[in-house]
Design a protein around this ligand. Structure first.
Ligand code: ZN
Length: 480
């Protein structure tokens, strides 16, 4: 498989020693619910992992949880709670969202808090080798001591200064020097260290977990493109200064998410959490996890991805179209199709090859989804022309097998709605029908209007009343 490496700015063959791919994907800082931008690397790299597993690799997939960080401390202070309690709460919420998104559990989800001793060792080593220095209980990495600084992001010095939002600090040798260890302020989490009580910086947390859990050189280091600078640049600098070896063979960075063409921001009012978007067993959420996954994989992982209710609705329809064919085809028993079906079977073989080619070319998931939809389209045509059911059954099997590499089309059957919510809506619709029969129109209208406010549309027709979820509106913010 060839993948675009941020470090070399080239497509490169993924070269793995042995059969195990060691992969580190930066996880969230748990100070809030995760938002729809956070979901992109979770889904994209989960799909890459599944694809590699389908190819026969064992993937050692490590995704950390950042539970010691400035943002956590600030939010905890605002809420009058401790950083530990806040981080624990949002770590749990994050894991729940991962499950709702149907993301495979990482092989290991280390939390920064569990590796502070190892972080202190990394920092001691960097100081001993002359790459870091101590000032008043803080420890800084000296970027001047590492000539390769900037090679991952390709940023020149002025761009680095802009990207790092450098604060003026007279104690630092260079404004770009970044903190490896921060001396404790009152009310902050702290651990004893050779430099006094304090806590590790984010870049040191991640790189220490990489080195401790996966070794000096990982096969893939991945995250959102907003992490290239300074986070990954600073991880690389520490690791390579320390070991003299490349931290990662390939660096992957997914493109950013926009909402209806604009950057997503709380201040712009277009901010959305994963919670409230993805349907969950409790009946909340709008779209099925599979439609959400389909949406994220429908655009190449390096390109910007634009989020809109229309795009999600299209994904929902695309997924339903596939499952409809599966449910029709899988009613037939598997048997050897007659020779007359050979052209269709040879088409299927060809498409399996094309699917692999698409994924091997920089993990082109939109291309791979196009192949699946092509099989489905041909399947419908084949069926309409009275094609042999056993051949159609093989088309369904191809879709199932190919879909597995992306984490799609593995359910026995597909329902875009969740059971209980559906039943309750059915009940309300029925009651409203009774009220209308008894000419209690004000009450019946109130039910219709209130459901309308919730995005449920009722339609009265000759067969009775039907309901549907209006999907064209804004994505609601579940926290109001
Ligand atoms: Zn990281």
């Amino acid at each position: 498989m060839r993948l675009y490496n941020t470090l070399t700015r080239k497509l490169e063959e993924l070269s793995v020693h042995g059969n195990t791919v060691r992969m580190y994907v930066c996880g969230p800082t748990v100070y809030d619910f995760i938002h729809i931008g956070n979901a992109r690397p979770l889904i994209v790299f989960d799909a890459l992992r599944r694809c590699l597993e389908e190819q026969g690799y064992t993937v050692h997939y490590v995704q950390n949880i950042t539970d010691v960080d400035d943002k956590i401390i600030r939010r905890a202070q605002q809420e009058g709670t401790s950083p530990e309690v806040l981080a624990e709460r949002f770590a749990r919420e994050y894991l729940e969202d991962l499950r709702a998104l149907d993301v495979k559990e990482p092989t290991f989800s280390p939390r920064a808090r569990g590796y502070v001793n190892q972080m202190i060792e990394v920092i001691e080593d960097l100081i001993a080798k002359g790459y870091a220095y101590v000032v008043d209980g803080d420890v800084y990495f000296s970027v001047g001591s590492f000539p390769d600084y900037g090679k991952l992001s390709g940023r020149v010095r002025e761009e680095q200064e802009a990207g790092a939002r450098v604060e003026v600090d007279e104690r630092k040798r260079d404004p770009l020097d970044f903190a490896l260890w921060k001396a404790a302020k009152p009310g902050e989490p702290k651990w004893p260290s050779p430099w006094g009580k304090g806590r590790p910086g984010w870049h040191t947390e991640c790189v220490t977990m990489v080195l401790t859990l996966l070794g000096e050189t990982v096969d893939i280091h991945a995250g959102g493109s907003d992490l290239i600078f300074p986070h990954h640049e600073n991880e690389l600098a520490q690791a390579e200064a320390l070991t003299g070896k490349p931290l990662a063979r390939i660096w992957l960075h997914n493109g950013m998410l926009t909402v209806e063409g604009e950057k997503m921001a709380k201040s712009l009012g277009n901010f959305a959490y994963v919670r409230g978007l993805v349907k969950r067993a409790d009946g909340t959420g709008i779209y099925s996890p599979e439609a959400v996954r389909y949406f994220y994989l429908s655009r190449h992982w390096r390109k910007p991805l634009d989020f809109s209710a229309d795009a999600l609705r299209e994904a929902e329809e695309a997924v339903e179209r596939v499952y409809n064919l599966l449910s029709q085809a899988e009613r037939f028993p598997e048997r050897v199709p007659p020779p007359s079906a050979e052209p269709f079977l040879s088409f299927l073989r060809e498409q399996r090859g094309r699917f692999q080619e698409e994924l091997s070319a920089d993990f082109n998931t939109p291309g791979a989804l196009g192949v699946i939809q092509g099989i489905v389209g041909e399947g419908y045509r084949f069926q309409a022309q009275g094609g042999d059911p056993a051949a159609l059954r093989l088309a369904a099997r191809a879709v199932r097998e190919l879909g597995r590499a992306l984490g799609l089309f593995q359910k026995a059957s597909y329902s875009p709605t969740v059971g209980l919510a559906e039943e309750l809506l059915g009940l309300l619709t029925e009651l409203r029908g009774e009220l209308r029969k008894e000419r209690q129109f004000p009450l019946a209208d109130r039910i219709r209007d209130r459901l309308g406010e919730l995005g449920i549309e009722l339609r009265d027709g000759p067969q009775g009343t039907t309901w549907s979820v209006r999907r064209s509106g804004d994505v609601p913010d579940p926290r109001g």
